[in-house]
Design a protein around this ligand. Structure first.
Ligand SMILES: C[S@@+](CC[C@H](N)C(=O)[O-])C[C@H]1O[C@@H](n2cnc3c(N)ncnc32)[C@H](O)[C@@H]1O
Length: 252
């Protein structure tokens, strides 16, 4: 099951809050070459381009479904193309990424690579969810460990590549970054109930599980997961505190 732009957009207001925090860290300069890694449907890339007058902004993503939506937003200074954020070359005045690098493993290798493609005097600015130990995510792994899903997934669960904020700071320091800012923030969301939280995770964290499960087990997996989440989060409305990591640094 690929990324679903409509499902992802269901919570776009909540997902835009960390974008504003990340944007606030960017040092504005005229005429920057900017890349947005994992641009998705491109709305936030378009907002980024709007906030950086005179810049040339490229959004890359691996999902044809998300990119199909993003292409509709193209205009002079804003374009999108298929590309893997872990394998990007070139040099960029701003390497930007919002809620995407958590999909690539091995951050001790990835972060130095992303800093390597920052041009001298340029900046890296990244936001990624660090919510992997929240009950909404733990129950995905619990469900994946139950039969018949465990056998269908061959025992697979998705490891989180997300490091601690100290580790991101140290990685950036090690590669010679300046103006290092790293922090974690809880975004307080009030959701209707546990099912709304399941709708949220079905647009993101559940995607690789659905991709791996055979068609006939996808709905039963969701039902089992929803049942466990309703037990764990019985309130209505329910508080969904969502932890995210933000880091930024400049290249001398
Ligand atoms: C949670 S969405 C974020 C989209 C957008 N940046 C936003 O904040 O609304 C994550 C995006 O990362 C993309 N993605 C996952 N792995 C990727 C990779 N290796 N290279 C590029 N994009 C990737 C997915 O296709 C998806 O569109």
């Amino acid at each position: 099951m690929p990324w679903n732009p409509d499902r992802y957009h269901q919570f776009s207001a909540q997902r835009a809050q960390p974008f504003e925090d990340l944007l606030a860290l960017i040092h504005l300069r005229e005429g920057m070459r900017v890349v947005d890694l994992g641009a998705g449907t491109g709305e936030l890339t378009a907002r980024l381009a709007g906030a950086l007058p005179g810049s040339d902004v490229l959004g890359i993503d691996t999902s044809p479904e998300m990119l199909a939506r993003a292409h509709e937003l193209e205009r002079p200074g804003l374009r999108f193309q298929e590309g893997d954020l872990g394998a990007l070359g070139g040099t960029w005045d701003l390497v930007f990424s919002h809620a995407a690098i958590q999909w690539v493993l091995d951050h001790p290798r990835l972060v130095p690579h992303l800093f390597e493609i920052v041009a001298p005097g340029g900046q890296i600015a990244v936001q990624l969810p660090s919510n992997h130990d929240h009950i909404s995510h733990r129950l995905i792994r619990t469900t994946a460990g139950e039969e018949p899903f465990r056998t269908a997934l061959d025992g697979w669960t998705r490891p989180s590549p997300v490091l601690s904020i100290e580790e991101y700071a140290e990685l950036l320091y090690t590669v010679g970054a300046e103006d290092i800012t790293v922090f974690e923030k809880v975004y307080p969301h009030v959701m209707a109930d546990a099912d709304a939280v399941a709708d949220w995770t079905s647009g993101t964290a559940l995607v690789p599980y659905m991709e791996r499960l055979p068609e006939e087990l996808r709905a039963p997996f969701m039902e089992r997961y929803r049942a466990q989440l309703r037990t764990a989060m019985p309130e209505s409305p329910v508080f969904y505190g969502f932890r995210r990591t933000i880091f930024s640094a400049r290249k001398p």
